[in-house]
Write a protein that binds this ligand. Sequence first.
Ligand code: NAD
Ligand code: A1AUG
Length: 523
Amino acid sequence: MFMINGTAAAFVNEPFTDFSQEENKSAMKAALNKVKQQLGREYPLHIGSDRVMTEAKERSINPGKVSEVIGLVSKASINEADRAMAAALQTFDTWKKVPPTERAEYLFKAAELMRQRKHEFSAWMVLEAGKNWAEADADTAEAIDFMEFYAREMVRLSAINIHQPLTKINGEVNRLTYIPLGVGVVIPPWNFPLAICVGMTTAAVVSGNTVLLKPASTTPVIAAKFVELMQEVGLPQGVINFIPGNGSEIGDYLTSHPKVRFISFTGSKEVGLRINKRAAETADGQIWIKRVVAEMGGKDGIVVDETADLDQAAAAIVASAFGFQGQKCSAGSRAIIVEDVYDTVLDNVLELTSKLKSGLPEENFAVGPVIDQKSYDKILEYMEIGKNEGYLVAGGSKAEGNGYYLQPTIIADVYPKARIMQEEIFGPVLAVAKAKDWKEAIEIFNDTEFGLTGSFFSKNEARISEALQEMHCGNLYINRKCTGALVGVHPFGGFNMSGTDSKAGGHDYLLLFTQAKLTSRKI
Ligand SMILES: NC(=O)c1ccc[n+]([C@@H]2O[C@H](COP(=O)([O-])OP(=O)(O)OC[C@H]3O[C@@H](n4cnc5c(N)ncnc54)[C@H](O)[C@@H]3O)[C@@H](O)[C@H]2O)c1
Ligand SMILES: N[C@@H](CCC=O)C(=O)O
């Protein structure tokens, strides 16, 4: 709980589940069985207090077993998006007046309920997103963390002048308070279908805003489960309006809408830039500049010098490149290794990769499917491009299974300007480049339009100091993998074309969804 003997308990991350323990294994299997009984159900839109079933549906399928339908989710058209906007606008008038501590309570309660049903939420992601158990468990843990963390943050910010203590002068009482912005559109991606959806939505809501939540089209069921949870804890109707639908249809419509005060987006560079551009146009009747928070793609990498622990470096390269099939914005899709140890590290990487078994996520194979046909086709294309840009040393094609399975693929001796070194593939494809020394390796690392995550492996302190300064990315790690940021520990967000560096899970994040009001009273 939040309060212990009247004092706020310190935030701690939700622990990950150890699935080598029999009881945890059984609990996860039971959760999967329970969830399987609920497959194929229909889910409504949530517009204010209305539950709206539309004829048009998003058909969500299991990417690891494509004949299995996870659920059919109602799909909003512009008409329903308009109704949702009206509901959100109306509710904003009352929600903004709810004391911040009360708003935070909804998040604390939801975090607690999610904790109790942790494996069930993870099971939905195993089936809908193709995550293995550990990846799904980490996603659920992060969702719980976001709610706990942002609730605490709202309580902290609501204490007047705490964030920015004001200089005192005689004859005046001055206060700085953080007030909400208005109605926001929340647009999460599918790859962290619970954590990122929950984090983006609850940050906006706990700050006193109301939202239109448009989930990703491939993972709408897990988003619907989150919205149901918020209803269960009694969040007032109209605070979260749930409107799955086409990005190009309602997405474009909403991002241009004059009543939208802010857009919170996480997804690809292409869509993020489109939203940023549309949001910058002032629509008729619009009386503000829209705030855009856009967290976008990455072309992250791991640099290894000759002094590094080579086994640790190889393990980190494999985990970062192939965890969740490389479908993380933080994925280490580039390894840049100095020539003295290039062959040794590459051999280690190949050996570890050859041990990765691919198969059904519900059976907890290390490597599962990619998300859908479009991704599958795109990644296969990149594999072919890669074969012309270096040497194929592992994988390179489809893998067995009734779904979108691909082999973990490694292309070696790739030149820095190659497409597979520059473009985000978002799949299990690792490009390996050779550098003459650690300085050149850092130059190659920085030679990208993105700037999200990176790692530097070395035992040399002087080099580590220089790498800390020179490697230009939002989340830089030393001697560890470049994925797996923890809420509160590693605030997350990137530079350049990786986005607005909003640092989700950090102490500044809620400020993005508030405006600071200074009041000065003469006494
Ligand atoms: N930087 C981060 O924190 C972070 C985290 C996770 C994922 N990502 C990035 O997300 C991408 C993968 O996710 P994705 O495939 O869901 O991305 P995407 O850009 O295709 O879609 C993201 C969301 O935008 C919606 N959308 C599509 N067109 C739209 C439009 N015109 N207007 C409004 N919304 C629209 C989609 O329906 C989805 O909900 C990768 O590039 C990955 O790197 C970044
Ligand atoms: N925050 C996650 C990545 C989120 C994007 O996909 C990590 O640090 O691995």
